[in-house]
Design a protein around this ligand. Structure first.
Ligand SMILES: [Ca+2]
Ligand SMILES: [Ca+2]
Ligand SMILES: [Ca+2]
Length: 843
């Protein structure tokens, strides 16, 4: 945190802010190049290799507040995709006197090192690439220096290449060629992102235009950048030809057989004179209930002069507007690169339609009414969750969201297989041989997120969340028709069964099938080939629906039409994890309760698997000293013991829970308080009394967030943004205020809602797709992301931190998972948050 509160000396602050800013790029103390309107970052964010392509790394330009350029690096192809090799950063040397940053890059697969030196020269940076050894032979003609430009910020804009005009295409439709696979530079772990359809050749984009001096977007001053290369030719490529998440790539090939300085570019981002970022007025797009605190958080450029007041206007029944309130704006202080002020308009309580005015900024309107939170989970429950039901056809009105996926089922993953989605198969630990069909797994379950695998851990969380929602709040909502027999889901068609029960059933069907057919829980049921893992579109089209028969040639079908030689079947990664088995046992026990009386057969099967996995999992843990040491450490284990006590009534589970909960509360009250609160309904008044001082301590933690950041909620800085932790904070705060209203007021849970619905950094859009808000985000990383669309009810991870001081959430570019991808576990947690919040408000 780099916060300084400046409430006392506004005059001095303004004096400091109004000093003239040098018009040349300067290396600042955060180690990036800066002039007003332009930040050039040099490996403040390195290529992580996590999913090999976050479009978040290398040399980056934040241009008038928007990160429009990244990926500046030596790369091994014209338009690198996800899973193409990324360079390791071996060194980063900042020379403040010379105003330069040098980074070392290495491709260990090719024993290939390079150095990039970036130096401020007037209003531009010069980028020099050095080789100490000549380019490896096999990379000649492939290795080059690349810089990538965000398509949504450049499409439809003009460019000039050596003075000749052209226009950035809205959609990719330029020329490609094919080359023999042998010439393809290795991809991540030898996987291939493409299906060559038996041609033995890969697709290579051809440049849109070449030259030596390019002006990008001369018609848009905020995006205009001039790039010149004296020696090597500049080539402009469209990365979207190979992958919808590709960017425009400007590149020059590195010369063969040379050492020393082999390439030199000059990059000059235009700066609009005197540019000051427009204030971001953060407020709840869903609106407010009359009685709640209402505080807008206004994010200001540090060069902006904070205003003394802001106003609330009411939209009247005749369409006119009138001022409802004017009040003071107070300073909160600096948080990373911006300055924050707050505007409290809690006194506006009359139901109606309002908007805020801060200087020249007029927000869209929002509602004040007792009903505003009533519908915040409807889209998630009615639309997002059923669309993510696997092994079903899902229909909505005139639209089929997807057909029935994976009809051919799942094969045993071969021994010792590394997977591209963070899993691996060890030695085979089932009765099945490698690539043998494991029967019965193609039923139930939920797509993980923007991809289509069944993550077992996530699916366990889903069922647990849904059972928790069912047992606590008894939602009787019925808007979804689910027929497991027809394998058909129809949205907005009531069928007489509460949807949450059907959603629990659907999750349990797959998880019970895993336990019964594999013998324990799989890690994941996932894609076997990378070229169908990145699928966009109808899930039913990921595989051909035919059993894989290796005796047939690829793309060949058997005479009976039931099998094919295309190795596209999904795999079950079965390596046993006793911890996961115990989690499943807990979930099965809970699900068995919820399903009793609705699907008694499934309820009995779930309970049988719960008992078996509990016994076997416990024994396996005891025989594994490492696992045994871990046991009892995690909060998950406390919840497991509590769940098992609730399901079985056996005292020893309760004893274990009690033994774990108090030390956990002593260690970290803000994390342990949720499982502690969960136990209240099942324990006596003395337990609740003993909890009281911890709730008081938790209240201190809640208050401390007010000084951590201007939004007063836990904002994480990881590579997956923090809506999930805000949801969890809001849920815990809701429960705390239900059980201890005299200690924890509902305002904390409402603050979480405010953050999710628009009161957050970067922009003020609601992070939940299509939920009762005036201005929800418009693009999300769902499986329809290539359409620049969303699936209603999705909760975006939200505002992502980029080092050293930038928060962002693209709303014109869906493809960054850390900002825009909702998950099945996260979105079912949001159901509970919504219900808990509604309950808190009712009280
Ligand atoms: Ca996944
Ligand atoms: Ca229903
Ligand atoms: Ca198949």
């Amino acid at each position: 945190m780099r916060k300084s509160i400046l409430p006392l000396l506004p005059v001095l602050v303004l004096a400091a802010c109004s000093q003239p800013v040098a018009s040349d790029l300067k290396l600042n103390d955060l180690e990036y190049f800066e002039r007003q309107g332009v930040n050039v970052l040099v490996y403040s964010n390195t290529f992580s290799g996590g999913f090999n392509d976050e479009k978040n790394s290398g040399i980056e330009v934040i241009h008038h507040g928007v990160r429009t350029v990244q990926g500046g690096a030596v790369r091994l192809s014209n338009t690198p995709e996800q899973w193409d090799l990324v360079p390791q950063s071996t060194s980063r040397i900042v020379d403040a006197d010379a105003g330069s940053i040098e980074v070392g890059l290495r491709y260990p697969d090719y024993d290939f090192d390079s150095r990039i030196v970036t130096t401020a020269v007037g209003k531009a940076v010069r980028i020099d690439v050095y080789l100490d050894k000549p380019l490896p032979k096999e990379l000649e003609g492939d290795a080059g220096f690349n810089l990538e430009f965000l398509p949504s910020q450049y499409w439809n804009k003009a460019y000039l290449m050596d003075g000749k005009p052209g226009r950035f295409p809205r959609y990719s439709a330029s020329l490609t060629t094919t080359r023999p696979n042998e010439e393809k530079v290795k991809q991540y772990k030898g996987y291939r992102t493409y299906d060559d359809r038996g041609t033995g050749r890969f697709v290579d984009p051809l440049p849109l235009v070449t030259g030596h001096s390019m002006v990008l977007a001369p018609d848009a001053p905020e995006r205009m950048i001039k790039v010149t290369s004296e020696d090597a030719e500049l080539m402009l490529f469209d990365g979207r030809l190979l992958a919808q998440n590709g960017w425009y790539v400007l590149r020059s090939l590195l010369p063969s057989g040379k050492t020393g300085k082999v390439l030199s570019w000059t990059v000059e981002p235009n700066a609009v004179p005197g540019w000051i970022r427009e204030p971001n007025v953060g407020f709840s797009q869903v609106g407010y209930i009359p009685s709640q605190p209402k505080v807008a958080v206004i994010e200001l450029d540090k060069l902006d002069k904070p205003r003394a007041t802001a106003e609330v206007f009411k939209v009247n029944a005749d369409g006119t507007t009138s001022r409802a309130f004017s009040g003071p704006v107070t300073s909160w202080g600096d948080y990373y690169k911006y300055h924050y002020v707050k505007f409290d308009f809690s006194s506006v309580r009359e139901p109606g339609v309002y908007f805020l005015r801060y200087g020249d900024v007029e927000t869209n309107d929002f509602i004040i009414d007792d009903s505003v939170y009533e519908r915040i989970t409807d889209a998630t429950s009615d639309v997002w969750i059923p669309i993510h039901m696997n092994h079903m056809m899902v229909n909505e009105g005139y639209r089929i969201w997807h057909g029935e996926p994976f009809k051919e089922g799942y094969l045993q993953a071969p021994a010792n297989t590394d997977h591209f989605d963070l899993h691996s198969q060890g030695p085979i630990d089932t009765k099945f041989k490698a690539l043998q069909l494991i029967p019965g797994l193609n039923v139930g379950g939920y797509f993980d997120a923007g991809d289509f695998d069944i993550e077992t851990g996530s699916n366990i969380s889903v069922v647990q969340n849904l059972v928790s929602d069912w047992e606590r709040f008894h939602p009787m909502r019925d808007e979804t028709f689910v027929s497991e027999k027809q394998r058909y889901v129809d949205l907005h068609r009531p069928d007489g069964v509460p949807d949450v029960l059907q959603y629990i059933e659907h999750g349990v069907l797959n998880l019970v099938a895993q336990a019964e057919n594999i013998g324990h829980m799989s890690q994941t049921l996932s894609n076997s080939v990378l070229d169908n893992y990145h699928h966009l579109g109808d899930a039913a089209a990921i595989t051909d629906g035919l059993h894989y028969d290796p005796r047939l040639k690829p793309y060949e079908k058997s005479a009976d039409g039931k099998s094919s030689g295309t190795p596209d079947d999904m795999w079950a990664f079965t390596t046993r994890n006793p911890g996961l088995d115990l989690q499943a046992a807990t979930m099965f026990a809970a699900a068995s309760r919820a399903l009793a009386g609705y699907n008694d057969d499934l309820s009995r099967r779930a309970l049988a698997q719960s008992k078996r996995l509990m016994k076997e999992g416990t024994e396996l843990m005891q025989n594994n000293p490492m696992a045994a040491r871990m046991r009892g450490r995690g909060f998950g284990n406390m919840s497991t013991n509590l769940q098992l006590y609730v399901s079985t009534g056996e005292q020893h589970y309760l004893d274990d829970f009690q033994q774990q909960i108090w030390p956990a509360l002593d260690r970290m009250v803000n994390s342990a308080i949720q499982p502690a609160l969960d136990a209240i309904p099942y324990l006596d008044a003395a337990y609740k009394e003993r909890l009281r001082p911890y709730v008081e301590e938790y209240k201190h933690y809640l208050d401390s967030l007010e000084t951590e950041n201007p939004y007063g909620v836990p904002i994480g800085l990881g590579n997956w943004a923090s809506s999930g932790s805000v949801v969890s904070y809001g849920t815990t705060a809701s429960f705390a205020s239900q059980y201890f209203p005299e200690i924890v007021s509902p305002e904390y849970a409402l603050k979480a809602a405010g953050y999710l619905f628009g009161c957050h950094p970067y922009h003020n859009y609601s992070l939940v797709a299509a939920v009762g808000a005036t201005r929800p985000k418009e693009v999300f990383y769902g499986n329809n992301r290539a359409d620049f669309s969303f699936i209603p009810g999705n909760v975006a991870p939200g505002v992502l931190f980029r080092h050293p001081d930038h928060f962002e959430n693209y709303d014109d570019w869906p493809f960054l998972w850390g900002q825009n991808e909702g998950t099945i576990a996260g979105n079912t947690s949001y159901l509970i948050f919504g219900a808990a919040l509604q309950n808190t408000i009712k009280q």
